[in-house]
Design a protein around this ligand. Structure first.
Ligand code: AMP
Length: 477
């Protein structure tokens, strides 16, 4: 039986050129999802992984598939691919391709991307001579398959990444049509941040006797982020945003809105104020989205305003702050949003702007994350009289003690610098101290370099676990 609790990449049965590329990427130790999943995928099992972006899941499926493609006999064939990776968004597909190209840089694998919003022609041309790995979003892939430009009959591997989001985005029928075209004899790997019944049903349809691995449920990921809620009337949110951005500690800031229109408006307003900004959402062309993302990654722009769908899977290191300009109506989205900061073990800060109409959303968020988000009152637009709800309700109280230095520092992030006071916009209420509401202590201590994992099991094949129902259970239970 195989011991699956190893920690270093060098302990894996991976070819030297892959290990060299991984080492050059700066990775030595595996993340929990990697050490749990890679050995099983190398062994040829179907696998379902419950893990979010930020856990290292891309390498968890890419590395063993690259290794297996090198070993397998298969040859490239016109219009065909040997491995198919399906992703919900173009951004995620691009990111997966970037990772695979980095891991495969000493190999001669041919990879390509197929997604909508750009011309089909170059995609058709690349596919004409066949590829080893095709990374695609479902809609465009199906289009090109229907036109006879892509043939999946020879695919040996299928990966469904962010399966829950693909279903949320309405891709179920496309995915079914795509998978029908794949050979029955194949290895299938699926990753999903959550396991609702709809995803479970995909697992039952597409995977054969899969191994299940699971890391850091949503609530645990949120713990690494120092979170605050700022009560503010809707009409003053723009002013509040300007106010908090006066603090230069907010270096690389991802701002979320609920709507595409809202994202544009917020971004344009920031530009007017002289704060560099870009926006990404579904109505922007692929080129415009990629440009904004690249500028944000390279630090040319300080703020990026995004909708939930567009931001899904975005992998930008060193996002110092996530600002929820509007709270999401699905509480899971909150966890995804704030997970864009505190990546790969770093700590991060989130600021959520909440107007009276959004209180119900806040309550839902606090329920699923099982924590009270401390309130930051120390800003000029604080709305009195809204705090009460935070101290009531059926939220399980966190167990640990007082606010830590890390939290206090984060709170100061919202304060004007000394001497700037007179320049601050005047709002309905004067700042009056950074007293937190409730007794939250979540995120008090920025955690170590790794996301927490479900304990790796060393029982070899015996750790085929059953899923734990609709939503991963917070580890605090
Ligand atoms: P992912 O969950 O695949 O989106 O990966 C999240 C981030 O973790 C990416 O920035 C990766 O480059 C990084 N990463 C992946 N594997 C490791 C590792 N073993 N050690 C450190 N960082 C990693």
């Amino acid at each position: 039986m195989k011991e699956h609790s190893m920690l270093k990449f060098t302990e894996l049965d991976l070819r030297e050129p892959i290990l060299r590329a991984v080492a050059e990427g700066g990775y030595e130790e595996m993340t929990p999802i990697q050490s749990q999943a890679i050995p099983y995928i190398l062994d040829g099992h179907d696998l379902v992984g419950v893990a979010q972006t930020g856990t290292g899941k891309t390498a968890a499926f890419s590395l063993p598939i690259i290794q297996k493609l090198l070993k397998a006999e298969g040859k490239r064939t016109a219009k065909a691919t040997r491995a198919l990776i399906l992703a919900p968004t173009r951004e995620l597909a691009v990111q997966i391709a970037d990772n695979i190209n980095a891991y495969g840089k000493y190999l001669h694998l041919r990879t390509t991307l197929v997604y909508g919003g750009v011309s089909e022609k170059p995609q058709i041309k690349t596919m004409a001579s066949g590829v080893d790995i095709l990374i695609a979003t479902p809609g465009r892939l199906l289009d090109l398959m229907n036109q006879g430009h892509i043939n999946l009959k020879l695919a040996e591997f299928l990966v469904l990444d962010e399966a829950d989001r693909m279903l949320d985005m309405g891709f179920i029928r496309d995915i079914k049509k795509i998978v029908q075209q794949l050979p029955k004899q194949r290895q299938t790997v699926m990753f999903s941040a959550t396991m609702p019944a709809s995803v479970e049903s995909l697992v039952n349809t597409f995977l054969k006797d899969p191994v299940r691995v699971e890391v850091a449920p949503a609530a645990t990921t949120a713990e690494k982020v120092t979170q605050h809620v700022l009560m503010v009337p809707k009409s003053r949110k723009r002013d509040l945003l300007e106010f908090v951005l006066k603090n230069e500690d907010l270096k690389r800031v991802l701002i979320f809105t609920r709507t595409k229109h809202g994202a544009n408006k917020v971004s344009q307003n920031l530009e007017k104020l002289g704060i560099s900004s870009g926006a990404i959402h579904g109505n922007k062309s692929q080129n415009a989205r990629q440009k904004a993302l690249n500028e944000f990654k390279s630090g040319i722009i300080r703020t990026l305003v995004a909708t939930d769908v567009a931001a899904r899977g975005i992998d930008v290191d060193d996002v110092t702050h996530v600002i929820n300009f509007e709270l999401p109506n699905e509480p899971e989205s909150y966890v995804h949003r704030i997970g864009r900061t505190a990546r790969a073990g770093a700590s991060g800060v989130s600021l959520s702007f909440c107007d009276p109409e959004e209180r119900a959303y806040l309550r839902d968020i606090e329920k699923i994350t099982r924590q009270q988000i401390p309130m930051m009152e120390d800003h000029p637009y604080h709305l009195e009289g809204l705090s009460a709800h935070l101290n009531g309700g059926d939220i399980e109280k966190p167990k640990t003690g007082r606010r830590s230095g890390a939290q206090s520092r984060a709170i100061r992030a919202g304060k004007p610098k000394p001497g700037n006071r007179n320049n601050q916009p005047q709002g309905p209420k004067k700042a009056h101290g950074a007293k937190p509401q409730g007794n939250n202590s979540q995120g008090a201590k920025p955690q170590g370099a790794r996301p927490t994992a479900a304990k790796p099991d060393s029982s070899g094949g015996q750790n085929k676990r059953r899923s734990q129902g609709q939503r991963p259970r917070p580890s605090r239970d």
